[in-house]
Design a binder for this molecule. Sequence first.
Ligand SMILES: Nc1nc2c(ncn2[C@@H]2O[C@H](COP(=O)(O)OP(=O)(O)OP(=O)(O)O)[C@@H](O)[C@H]2O)c(=O)[nH]1
Length: 342
Amino acid sequence: MATEVPMFQHNIKQANQLLRSAVPLMAKLDIPPTPYNYGIWYEYASNRNPQFNQVVDRALRRFGGLPAFVSQELFNEFLLPEEFHHAHRQEPALRELTTTLETDTKNISIELDSFNRNLRASKAALTNAKEATQIEQIALLLEQGAFKASQAVDTFSSALQSAQEELATLRSELLDAKKNTELDSMTLLANEKGFERSLFSMIPYAEDDLTLLLIDIDNLGLVNKEYGNKAGTSLIRYIAKLLHALLPDNGFIARLKGGRFAMLLSETELSVASQLAESIRNKVSIQKIRYKNTKVLFRQVTVSVGVATLFGDESPNELVQRSLHYLMYAKRSGKNQIAHHE
Ligand SMILES: Nc1nc2c(ncn2[C@@H]2O[C@H](COP(=O)(O)OP(=O)(O)OP(=O)(O)O)[C@@H](O)[C@H]2O)c(=O)[nH]1
């Protein structure tokens, strides 16, 4: 969704004018002067991408400002050419790597240039050389030049090789870091942090059609008491798998804590989401679940679900609180139920 004309392609006069409009906007909204924010408010002031301005306006209303993380996401989404999208996260390490390669490239060019000049001079000298000692001296100079050039080539190729290795390491570190911070190791679903990131990313784009289901296993404490904690944990994993299997394509799921899960559904109206919530509730309630270690059959397992759809300029927190309110209502009304606003 990158814009057709990136911001840095404006001419200097236009750029100055735009900055003059962007800076007061930032000051008025108390936006910190980070590079991401400059990029965003510059683009906003240019007013040439209505969709971008609409998303920024909506984010401002829903967050009451632009959280740093949201600015970064908007910047990536709208202002960064596609090929930079992933690279920028590892920017410092990549910058260091490019600087090293740049220096090595410069060094090898200087060495090869000097060797080239050396070759040309030697060729001219050889044409005029009359004595064996002169020829011997030229040969010696050539040999030294060739040695230095080949050393530079060796250094360069080993720098390239280590750059390649470093890139591979960076890539896998990035994957690991993401996995570690946003993954729930028990169920392999996203954890609460992953859920928050997803919610914050989806909110600026959502019309009134982002729906949150909070799904909570009923009486997990009793399950623990009756079958043991390990069995309770195994049940959480089982329900996680079941929910994952029921997740629609436009959905995102995370385990928040204990036996509580959050399912985010984009572009899903309340009535559709409620049908899904009801079908989840029903599917769980008809399962015959055995604890795999002892083969003991659990007594009927049920879940309660609270459903809420983003409303007007609600903040992420307000949406979560409303879903929670309905979840608690379902629990108070006897569990194994879904609840949502009318
Ligand atoms: N086995 C197991 N139990 C957990 C885990 N995390 C939390 N719990 C337990 O889950 C229970 C959650 O308690 P609550 O949500 O307050 O209540 P509940 O017993 O599920 O009952 P309701 O939610 O009212 O239906 C507590 O007893 C916790 O000890 C876990 O990772 N494994």
